[in-house]
Write a protein that binds this ligand. Structure first.
Ligand code: GLU
Length: 290
């Protein structure tokens, strides 16, 4: 039997333009896909409007193009698929695999910080409650292609986690897993800040009865204070003039070799060289300071 053709993706949330940290994730997932002649999809995870910045989606796509990071097919916008997410929730509620919950963050904090299934048997009905997935088969570990065996603390693995919030917004873990399944993603390559969410996503795949992708988490780029660079903490966005330099910098974060002379090349030429030289085993496991 031949192996499934590789399908990878980059799935930014439009909370701001690309910065060095998100460029590393985009580049790592692109190179990993292209070095295996795989497809590379882009999905905009725009399901949390309060955290979004106007115009960020199109800016991110423009930036990817400026870096020569061209994707396959059309971009999937999660905000166009809310009805599909709701269908799954309704189905799980119907089967009692999910339930409504009225506990606030404050209440959970007051009772020790871990949600312990308080509302499981309350039979709450109504749209103004959060929806939690009842954990039937907790996932305590998985094999990561960079980090090896990753252990997930029991408190995270066993918690009935939220798939839809009280304010009506769909949770990241729900949308990301349903779309990775829907788009036939065979390998997820993303930043290590999301490594512990993987167990919940694997739990959703199990519930769907679908084969889960493989996971590969990339080291984070930290600022001088040791904080993750993120759009929320206003990491400086990337100006297009320095694209070649930034691609080389991102390659260094990924542990890949490059040559100073590459600066004279176009982004596409740099990417072609990087695809040819891509070595998964060279990716460092430690986060690195910017
Ligand atoms: N949308 C998430 C972010 O921008 C990434 C999701 C993922 O790659 O699984 O942080």
């Amino acid at each position: 039997m031949s192996a499934k053709p590789y399908v990878g993706r980059f799935a930014p949330s439009p909370s701001g333009p690309l910065h060095l940290g998100s460029l590393v994730a985009a580049l790592g997932s692109f190179l990993q896909a292209r070095s295996q002649n795989g497809q590379w999809l882009v999905r905009i995870e725009d399901i949390d409007p309060p955290r979004e910045q106007a115009g960020a989606s199109s800016l991110i796509l423009q930036q990817l193009e400026q870096f020569g990071l061209y994707w396959d097919g059309s971009v999937l916008y999660q905000s166009h698929h809310l009805a599909r997410y709701q269908q799954y929730i309704d189905h799980w509620l119907h089967l009692q695999q999910a339930y409504h919950c009225q506990c606030t963050r404050k209440m959970i904090k007051a009772s020790g910080g871990v949600y312990s299934g308080t509302c499981l048997d309350k039979g709450l009905l109504g749209d103004h409650y959060a929806t939690r997935l009842h954990s039937h088969a907790a996932i305590y570990q998985f094999d990561d292609l960079c980090y090896g065996q990753v252990d997930i603390p029991a408190a995270i693995a066993e918690e009935d986690f939220i798939v839809k919030r009280r304010d009506g917004l769909y949770a990241y873990n729900l949308a990301v897993s349903l779309d990775d399944a829907e788009q036939g993603i065979t390998e997820v390559v993303r930043g290590a800040d999301l490594i512990l969410t993987t167990g919940r996503q694997l739990a959703i795949f199990k519930l769907l009865g679908k084969a889960a992708p493989q996971y590969l988490h990339l080291p984070l780029v930290l600022d001088e204070h040791g904080n993750k660079l993120s759009k929320q903490n206003h990491a400086p966005s990337i100006s297009s003039k320095q694209n070649q330099r930034l691609l080389l910098q991102a390659l260094t974060y990924l542990g890949q070799t490059s040559e100073a002379g590459w600066l004279e090349l176009s982004c596409e030429q740099i990417l072609n060289k990087a695809i040819a030289n891509w070595r998964l085993t060279e990716i460092p496991k430690n986060s690195m300071s910017n």
